[in-house]
Structures are given as structure tokens and as C-alpha cells.
Design a protein around this ligand. Structure first.
Ligand code: PGA
Ligand code: ZN
Length: 421
């Protein structure tokens, strides 16, 4: 049984230069691990609380010293020398220490750092790859996920002209390696296309997607199709699209402010259905606002072929997922562990979603670090897709490069991982 010998946290910086929490843990048998936690910007209101210092003179109030102190002075002393049976036991102790509905006492960033670092140290103690350990937590077999990779971005991640947040490419390749090579060609083609069409080099957004000055939202979809063709691939066959509309951020008083228009919920549903018929979309994420439940149900009822994917709607929160199942409001879960705060609660969200036949997309945040545990989670929890951002920034590539390693390990060294290819 693992015994925690030391646990320390440190304030480090994420891909936007904002503070976040890193934790390091040693178990009594000598296994050690370090993890860092990500941070969102386009957040759902039902997310667990990310504790920030609030001191405007330091990082504009975004410092994480309080969260770090909570790991070092509250969580670590409570866990030191305790025999931890397993991940649920550890996470239960963390929840008891916090004892608030949204983790506002210790902070979801502090709690997740402790939850994840224990998982990585425990995997090392067991001598298994992290993805195998994650799979064992659920009692399932690992599987490499499909890729959804940011091509174009708008919304809160780009401060651009368009309201929708991401148009992603979903390469329909048999391997991660082939998918990334295809994405490189499509990304380069898109960069040239933008230069020709808009007369300027496209700036990049928080997750590395191109942020062209398109005139309206649908143009991003059309440009993505054109980029696939220009790269020599067939849209809908070689590469499909995915969309993160992130519509809570342009929803006010029951209306959607999009494409220079003010749309009712019903009109928004019609628009999304129209896009799903005219573009090869595998999924539409947050097509409707996080509290517009009735229109989510209307969309889900009428949508065919394209997954109705909930991010801000669900916040990886089992109670919200249960409601969505009852209301038939979604049929796919975007899973972000830091939205809920512990691995065990994310596992409960996952199980619930799978129990109703949903797809699960394992997702990074817009503020990421060079840590790569998310790739192991996507494989270990057999995500249908992984969503990490573009292919141009190291905090994203840490995850893609880890997927390449796992792919190689699975095909070349199945005896090492006990998986088989
Ligand atoms: P966030 O955005 O990490 O900024 O919340 C990602 C998303 O909306 O999927
Ligand atoms: Zn989203």
C-alpha cells in the first residue's frame, strides 16, 4: 500500500505566463513524481473553484501562492505517513479536507495537483506506464484516441472578429503519426490560404490555432474545408471537422449574438443543424449556452451523425451529466479533470457518460504546461478523441509527442506494457 513520504507544491507558469500549481510527491518505497495542473480561460460557471491569490499587484490577482500553501500546509501534513489504499481513498481524503461543494476552501488547483501527483507516483511504484495505471483505475483497456486539432480559433482564445472558439481538424487516419503529418500539411495550407485571402499573416490564438480576420463564423468552416482540399486531402473522408462554439460567451438574455445577428435559441439550433448538414462535422461542442437546457435537448433530438458535445454545459460534473442524460441534452462529454478537481470524480463523470452510450473527448485547457499526463489519460481512459489545441506550441506538443511514444510502445513493445497492439 502506498505511503506518502513527502508532498510539496510550487507556483510555476502556464503557457499564457500565468501562475499555476506544480506538485512533487515521494512514496516511502522511493517512487517520486511531479505534475502540473492546467487552467482554462473560457470556463463554465459550474466549474470547481480555481484558487487565485487576488492580489492585484502580483500577476493581476492570478497568483497561486495560497493554493501552493494549501498543498504544503494543509494537504501534505494530513497525508504524510498515511497508508493510502488507492486513488479513491486518496481523493476521498482530499474531499474531506476541503469539505465545500466547489472546492473553494483549498482550491481545485491545489486538490488536483495532489490527486494527480499521487496517481503518477503510484504508477511508478507499480512499474506500469501512466496510461496503464489510469486504465486500471477504471478497469478498462487502453486505446489510442482519435485526434481533434485546432486549425482556426476565435472567441475568448483569440479576441478575434469571430465569436466561435475553435474549428478543429479530425484526421481520419489509422495512426497518431499519420494524423499529425496530415495536420501539418493542412495547417501549412491554411496559413497560405489566409495570407492570400486576407492579405495578412494569421496571428495565433492561445492554443496555437490560426486566428484569421474572417468576416463571419461560417467562413471559418468553409476556409477549413478549403485548407483540407489545398493540402491534397478529401474533406469528410481523409479529414473531418469538429467545432467548439463556446456559445455561453456570446449568449445574453436568451439570445445568441453571432454572425452580426441576434438569434433566438430555436434559430441557433437551426443554424447548427444546417452547419452539420453542410460540413463534415464529427462533433459540435457547446453549440448552446450552459443554461439553455431546453435548446440542448431540441438540438440533440434533431441532430444526426454529429455528436452533441458538452463542455461548459457539463463541467465534468456527475450531477450535470445525470441531468443531461435525463433530458437527452447531449450525447458526448468533454472531460477536463480540473473542472471537477479529483481523478475519482472525473472517473465518476466518465462512467456516467459511458453508461448512456456517450462518446468521451479528453481535453486540455487553454492554459497548459509542458506536462504530458493528459496524453496518458486520453489513452488510459480510451477517449474517443483527444483535444489538445494546435500543433505549434510546446505545451501542446508535449501531449502529441507523448501520444507518439505510446503509439510506438504499443506497437513495438507490447510485452512491456501488457497491452498488445
Ligand atoms: P478553456 O477552453 O480551457 O479556456 O476553458 C477550452 C474549451 O472551451 O474547450
Ligand atoms: Zn469548449
Amino acid at each position: 500500500m502506498p505511503v506518502i513520504q513527502s508532498l510539496r507544491a510550487l507556483e510555476i507558469l502556464d503557457s499564457r505566463g500565468r501562475p499555476t500549481v506544480q506538485a512533487t510527491c515521494a512514496l516511502s518505497d522511493g517512487a517520486t513524481a511531479t505534475v502540473s495542473v492546467p487552467s482554462g480561460r473560457s470556463t463554465g460557471t459550474a466549474e470547481a473553484l480555481e484558487l487565485r491569490d487576488g492580489d492585484p499587484r502580483r500577476y493581476g490577482g492570478l497568483g497561486c501562492r495560497k493554493a501552493v500553501e494549501n498543498v504544503n500546509r494543509v494537504i501534505a501534513p494530513a497525508l504524510l505517513d498515511a497508508q493510502i489504499a488507492d486513488q479513491p481513498d486518496l481523493d476521498e481524503r482530499l474531499l474531506d479536507l476541503d469539505d465545500t461543494p466547489n472546492k473553494s476552501r483549498l482550491g481545485a488547483n491545489a486538490i488536483l495537483a495532489a490527486s494527480l501527483v499521487f496517481a503518477r507516483a503510484h504508477a511508478r511504484q507499480r512499474g506500469v506506464p501512466l496510461y496503464r495505471h489510469f486504465a486500471d483505475l477504471l478497469g478498462i483497456e487502453p486505446k489510442l484516441p482519435g485526434l481533434t486539432i485546432n486549425l482556426f480559433s476565435g472567441g475568448k482564445h483569440a479576441e478575434g472578429q469571430v465569436a466561435i472558439q475553435d474549428v478543429l481538424i479530425a484526421p481520419q487516419t489509422a495512426t497518431i503519426a499519420d494524423g499529425l503529418a496530415m495536420m501539418y500539411a493542412i495547417y501549412q495550407a491554411a496559413a497560405v490560404l489566409i495570407k492570400e485571402k486576407y492579405g495578412m499573416r494569421a496571428l495565433t490564438a492561445d492554443e496555437g490555432g490560426l486566428a484569421p480576420p474572417a468576416l463571419d463564423d461560417e467562413t471559418l468552416l468553409a476556409d477549413a474545408v478549403a485548407a483540407i482540399e489545398r493540402a491534397g486531402y478529401r474533406p469528410g473522408e481523409d479529414a473531418k471537422l469538429a467545432l467548439d462554439v463556446a456559445s455561453s460567451h456570446f449568449y445574453r438574455d436568451g439570445a445568441y449574438y453571432l454572425q452580426g445577428q441576434i438569434l433566438s435559441g430555436g434559430e441557433m439550433v437551426d443554424l447548427l443543424l444546417d452547419w452539420s448538414r453542410r460540413y463534415p462535422l464529427v462533433s459540435i461542442e457547446d453549440g448552446l449556452a450552459e443554461e439553455d437546457w431546453l435548446h440542448w435537448s431540441a438540438l440533440c433530438l434533431r441532430m444526426e451523425g454529429t455528436r452533441v458535445l458538452g463542455d461548459d454545459l457539463l463541467c465534468t460534473n456527475p450531477a450535470r451529466i445525470r441531468r443531461a442524460i435525463e433530458m437527452k441534452a447531449a450525447n458526448a462529454l468533454l472531460l477536463k479533470v480540473n473542472q471537477i478537481g479529483t481523478l475519482s470524480e472525473a472517473a465518476a463523470a466518465y462512467r456516467l457518460a459511458r453508461s448512456d452510450g456517450w462518446d468521451v473527448v479528453i481535453s486540455a485547457r487553454s492554459g497548459e504546461t509542458e506536462d504530458n499526463w493528459l496524453a496518458d489519460l486520453a489513452v488510459g481512459w480510451a477517449g474517443d478523441y483527444i483535444k489538445v489545441g494546435s500543433i505549434t506550441q510546446s505545451e501542446r506538443l508535449a501531449k502529441y509527442n507523448r501520444l507518439l511514444e505510446i503509439e510506438e510502445e504499443r506497437t513495438s513493445f507490447p510485452h512491456l506494457t501488457g497491452i498488445g497492439s
